[in-house]
Design a protein. Sequence first.
Lengths: 295, 281
Amino acid sequence: MSQPTALIPDAPEQSLIASARPPFFRRRSAIPGFGLTLGITITVLSIVVLVPLSAVAIKASGLGWSGLIAAGFSDRALAAYRLSFGAALIAAGINGVFGLITAWALVRYRFPGKALVNALVDLPFALPTAVAGISLAALYGPHGWIGGLLAPLGIKVAYTPLGVIVALTFIGLPFVVRTLEPVVRDLADDVEEAAASLGASRIATLVKVVLPSLAPAWLTGFALAFARAVGEYGSVIFIAGNKPYHSEIAPLLIVIELEQFNYEEAAAIALVMLVAAFVMLFVINAIQAWSRRYS
Amino acid sequence: MSLSHARHPTEDPAWARWNILALVLGFLALMLILPLVAVFAGALEKGLQASLAAISDPDAISAVKLTLLVAAIAVPFNAAFGICAAWAISKHYFPGKSFLITLIDLPFSISPVVSGLIYVLVFGAQGWFGDWLIDHNIAIIFAVPGIVLATVFVTFPFIARELIPLMQEQGVAEEEAAVSMGASGLVTFFLVTAPNIRWGLFYGILLCNARAMGEFGAVSVVSGHIRGLTNTMPLHIELLYNEYDFVGAFSVAALLCLLALVTLALKTGLELTQSVRGRHV
C-alpha cells in the first residue's frame, strides 16, 4: 500500500483522535486496557500453547541426534508418514475436484433444498471425529451398506489404506468448498461475458478465464484440507485396521509409543509432525498472501 | 427459464448443470448423509428401548456429565481469552499483530494427538512437573484437569479468530467516543462493544462448544480411559465399540450427532439472520 493510511477515512485502525508520530513504534490508542488485555493474551498463550509445545522439542532432544533420527525416521515411522501424507494428498485431491464443483453449484445454480445442502457441507466440522469414525467403519466394513456392495467385486475399503482415504476425504470436505465459495460469488461475470462475446465457447471460458482466477483460493482450500488430514486421528483409527507398515497412521504411532511409555520416541515422531505442520502453515500463509496480491 | 430464451453467456448449458448437480448431490449423499443415517440406524438396530437403555447406563451418564463439565470450563475460558485477545489486537496498534494471530491459530495446525502429548510431557509422571505433582498428590494427566487442558488447547483459537476480524471491521470510533465522554474501559466494553459483537461471540462459542464436546484424539491421550471416571462421550463410544457393543456405541454417537445437527442449524440461522460470516479458514 503506497498511500498513507491517514488519508483513507475508513481504514480499520484509523483513530478518530488524530495522533502525531507514535511514541516508540506504538501508535497511541485512546481506548484503555491495552496493557492488561495484551498481557493476559500473551501469558495465557504462553502457558496453554507455547510452553507445552516446546516440551516436544525438549523431550525429543533427550535422544540426541542419532537417537532422534532413529526414532523419528524408523522404518515403521516412515511407513506411517507415507500413509498419513499420501492418503491426505489423495483425499485433498478428491476434495479439490468435488469441492470445486460443489462450490460452483452452490453459488451458480438454483435447486430445491439448496439451503439444506449448504448447511450440511459443514457437517464434518460439527460432527465429532469418533462418531464419523465408527459410522464410516460400519458403512465400509465387509457387512456394511457400502462395503457389502463392494465386497463381491473384491474391493476392500475398511481396514485398508483405502479406508484411511475415505475418512480423510470426509473430514476435509468443507475446506475447499468454503474457501472457494466467496471467491466464486465475487467473480465478476463481465470477464465471462467478454470472453463469450469474443466467441469463446463455454468450456474455453471456464478453463481459460474462470479457473485461473479461482486457482489461489482452490490451492488454499486444498492445502488446508491436506494439513487437517495429515494430523487426523479420531475418524481414521476405527476404519484403518491399524496394521503396522500397512494401515498405521503417524498419529497412531505416537499413541502406541506413549502406551509403551516411550516418551522420547513419541516426542521424536511428534516433532517430525510438528515441523511438517509448521511448514504447511507457512505454505498456506504464503499462498494466501499471494492470492491477496493476485486479487 | 423457458427454452425460447437464449442462454445467458455466463450460464452453463442445461446438460452441464444437470450433470454437475447430480455429481455434487451424489457425492454429498454418499459422504455426508449416508454416515449420518448410519449412526441413527446403528443406534436403533435393536429398537428404541435398547438404545435408550444404552444411554441411561451409569457409565454413559457419567460420560455425558464429564463432557458437559469439560465444555462448561473450556468454553468460557476460551471466550474470556478470545475477548481479551480481540480487544488488544483490534482496538490498539502494535507491531507483530499478524504473528500473534498466527500463534493463536497454531492449535488448529497441530494433530490432536500431539495436542494431548504435550501435556503428558509437561504434567505426566515422567514430565517436567511429574515428581512435584506426585509429591503434592495432584493428578492432572489421566484425570479431569488434563482432559480440560487438552480441550482448551484444541478449541483455543475458535472464539478469538471469530472476534478479531469482526472487531477489526467495526473499528474504534464508537469506543473512542465513549471513552472521550468519560466512560471507563469496562463500561465501554459492556455498553458499546459487547452489543456489537454478541452474535459473533455466540457464533464462536457455538463452534467452540461443538469441538469441545466432540474432541477425541487429544483427550484420548491424556484421559487414561478410566471407565465411568475419565471417559468423555467420544471416549465412551470408542470403549463400547471396541467391546463390540455396537448398539451402545451408536446410541451415544447419535446423541453427539444431535448436538452436531443443532449446532449446524443454529449456525446456519445466525449466518442467515445476523450476517455473521463463518471463518473456518
